[in-house]
Design a protein around this ligand. Structure first.
Ligand code: FES
Length: 362
């Protein structure tokens, strides 16, 4: 895994595969000179960037390739009204796109013997593909138990690859599809992956909370919240549960709003001076009460690393080394990180006249 602050490089699309009627897998070629920068831990994501209808749009997508793969692939499901996800469905081989270096802590450190439980819904399978392939190939005594929820067979992403894994690792990869719009022979596997289903699966002995070293949960926010609460009620140590959230119920500030703010920026409304250490260099810029730290930096011609701008991805994670500030929302930092002074720059509101941020702190 690279340890630099996140940065964009322009990569070439090597291949686009239609995975389901509304999802593609986009594979990028990684030139030799950038191999080290794009080495990733299974489960990490990259941020893609494009100018769409005049707007600078960036979105994070999980890597679905196994660790050590020659190229880097991401799964992108088209969302209703999804600006980037619909744009991505039209990508073609040879297109060039800025791709940020891999980020994220929804990962499995490879090595040893473990029993993993994976609970995925829809495109939440994408990071699980990377983790499952890597774990099964690298940890020869580990097991992976995957429950994968979809509406119907047609919507199952990576169906062939998952079946191949099942054939290859018959005794170590246990797969159950759960579907709510298509009836399966076993009634227990019909419906949604919710608290009730988890209880039924536990009663049937198919989920054994005491047996897992790590539990990965990825899907829409309501599913993640429900499943994680249910697991904790079943007695699972919360520290064993890893969750990945890419869409929150609170939308990020509208791009237009940021632009308005940007154009309004003036010294009279300055509330703080922000001093930043990034890639070994110091920069400072003023921030006023109407703008986000990201837009304040941009107004000064400086870009800090960010992706979701909504407190979910932690691409903007840095350490507050001076002054004080509050965060509007946080879906990604753990309590220990907050205790050690880590913050999400995109959510930061200064409460002192000067704040100092270190993006090089790991
Ligand atoms: S940019 Fe995603 S948490 Fe700040």
């Amino acid at each position: 895994m690279n340890t630099h602050a996140p940065r964009f490089n322009e990569l070439v699309v090597h291949e686009v595969v239609q995975e389901t009627p509304d999802a593609v897998v986009v594979t990028f070629s990684i030139p030799n000179a950038l191999k080290k920068d794009y080495a990733f831990d299974p489960g990490q994501y990259v941020t893609l960037r494009a100018t769409i209808d005049g707007e600078d749009v960036r979105r994070s997508y999980s890597i679905c390739s196994a660790a050590g793969a020659e190229n880097l692939s991401v799964g992108i499901k088209s969302l209703p009204g999804g600006v980037f996800s619909n744009f991505a469905q039209r990508l073609q081989r040879g297109d060039r796109l800025p791709v940020m270096t891999p980020q994220g802590r929804f990962t499995a450190p490879l090595g040893g013997k473990h029993n993993y439980l994976m609970l995925a819904a829809g495109s939440g399978i994408t990071p699980m593909m990377s983790i499952a392939q890597s774990v099964l190939a690298e940890e020869l005594d580990s097991t992976v138990t995957l429950f994968y929820a979809n509406r119907n067979t047609q919507n199952i992403m990576f169906r062939q690859s998952i079946n191949d894994l099942k054939d290859q690792y018959m005794t170590r990869f246990l797969l159950t599809h759960v579907m709510d719009e298509e009836s399966q022979d076993v009634e227990l596997f019909n419906g949604r992956l919710d608290a009730e289903k988890l209880d039924s699966l536990q009663t049937a002995g198919l989920i054994r909370p005491e047996a897992y070293d790590a539990i990965y949960v990825c899907g829409p926010e309501p599913m993640i919240v429900t499943v994680c609460n249910a697991l904790e009620q079943q007695g699972v140590d919360p520290a064993l549960i890893k969750r990945e959230l890419f869409t929150a119920s609170t939308p990020p500030p509208a791009a237009g709003q940021r632009r308005d703010t940007l154009s309004k920026g003036n010294s009279e409304s300055v509330v703080a001076e922000v001093e930043v250490l990034l890639d070994g260099s110091y920069r400072s810029f003023p921030i006023n009460s109407e703008e986000t730290l990201i837009s304040a930096a941009a107004r000064s011609g400086f870009e800090i690393p960010y992706s979701c701008a909504n407190g979910m991805c932690a691409t903007c994670r840095c350490k507050l080394t001076g002054g004080s500030a509050t965060m509007t929302q946080n879906f990604s930092l753990d309590p220990w990180e907050i205790e050690e002074g880590y913050v999400l720059a995109c959510q930061l509101q200064p409460t002192s006249g000067v704040i100092k941020l270190d993006f090089d702190a790991v």
